[in-house]
Every structure is written in C-alpha cells, then in structure tokens.
Design a protein around this ligand. Sequence first.
Ligand SMILES: O=C[C@H](O)COP(=O)(O)O
Length: 256
Amino acid sequence: MSRKVIIAGNWKMNKTAAEGKALVDALKPLVADVCPDVADIVVCPTFTTLAAVIDAVKGSNIKVGAQNVHWAESGAFTGEISAAMLKELGVEYVILGHSERRQYFGETDETVNKRLKAALAAGLKPIVCVGELLEERETGKTEKVLFTQLEGGLAGLSKEDMAKVVIAYEPVWAIGTGKTATPEIAEETHNYIRCTLNDMFGKEIGEGVRIQYGGSMKAENAKELVAQPNIDGGLIGGAALKADSFSALIHNAIAG
Ligand SMILES: O=C[C@H](O)COP(=O)(O)O
C-alpha cells in the first residue's frame, strides 16, 4: 500500500511568534514545489506561536500542529489547552506522548490515550509518539516497550479512528543526540510497529497507518530512512528550526 509521506517539524520550546512567522515566511517559497498529493508538510510551534504561524501559512502547502492537548473539554485545569481551543485556531495536527512529555511531565500511556480520544473527537489529526530508552534497547526490551505503549496509548480506538492516526517512532537515545538509528534498525522497528498495528486493528487499517521516524533526522540521512518500506516520513526537532535545513530534509525525504 502506498502511503503519503508526512514530515512534521516539532519546534519544541523554541521560536516566539515573530520568530515562528519569520521561519514560515522563509520556508514557504522553499517548499512551494512540494505537491500536497506527494507529502504533508507540518510545523508544530508552541501554543503561543500557533496563531501567528496559522496566519503565515495561509495559501501555502504547510499545515500546522500543536505539541499537546488536554483531554477535558473545559474546566479547572490551570495551564492546559483543550482540543476545541486548538480547532478554533485552525490547528490540524497534534503531537501526543512525545518522550519529553513522558520524561519531564509525567505523561503515561493512559494519559496519551485520553488525549488521543479528545483529539479525535474534536477532529484533530493525532501524531502519537512511541520509543524506547537506550537501556531498554540494550537489554532487548524494545519490542516489549513499544507493544505496551501501542496497546495502552491506542486502547479502545475504533478502526475508523485508527485510520486517522499517525505514529511517530522516536528512539529516545536518538533524540537531539546526533545518533540516528541506522535505516536497518529503524526499518526493523517500524516493521514491528506495523505488524503490531495489523494485529490490533487488522491489516486493512495497519497497512495504511503512516509511521514517522524521529531522532536526529536531517537532510543527510532523510532519503535513506524514508526509502525504507515502513518509514513514511519524519518527526523532526533540531533540523526543523531553520528554513533551509528543513526544506533540504523535506526534499531529500520525498526523493527516498
Ligand atoms: O520531535 C522530534 C524529535 O524529538 C526529534 O528531535 P531531533 O530531530 O532534534 O533529534
């Protein structure tokens, strides 16, 4: 099954509204040649930068995602943002369960699952992150960890809902470290994720789910990674913070 490439830039806690607008203004002409039928290009700024970026991408082929969402519709949840608030702004995608949320902010598979259901109910397109720690890989626990994250994070989803979800495989040891998983290691793990999704939701759904790789992906390695049969794009941190490096990565990924 052919799956459309999806390259998403996770800006993490970088870029003020003015800086985000400047980045998008510089990126637009560089990626204007990328046909929306060939690849989805997404940028995911901080909450406070979303409005400026949504305005700046108008009329372009760049889509916008948020980096998190709360599961409740409204209420006494100081500091949180609801799915309806993101939808109202014009947000299309939302990253859920990033390893930095799991590591620093107590995110669990259960809370990922609650956020996921709220995002889907509001019509947002979720990017659900999974990935193992270095110690887990070195002790042979990668598949067990991924299975647990997928089983818990995607619990209770219908086939119809799962068809709207993107999975991002991010080995934690490769994030921001410059250590990329080799294309072989990444493909082997993506294939495991694909097989698990096939078992959970049926092949007709699992084969269609896009699985991004994340972890020190850059222009130099994007082509080889995305050329793998089960790698359908990337979730990019550092290399998404400059228009020229993100554009080069996107073009190389599409060539993969
Ligand atoms: O969400 C993006 C990932 O955490 C990858 O970050 P990185 O490209 O800086 O390694």
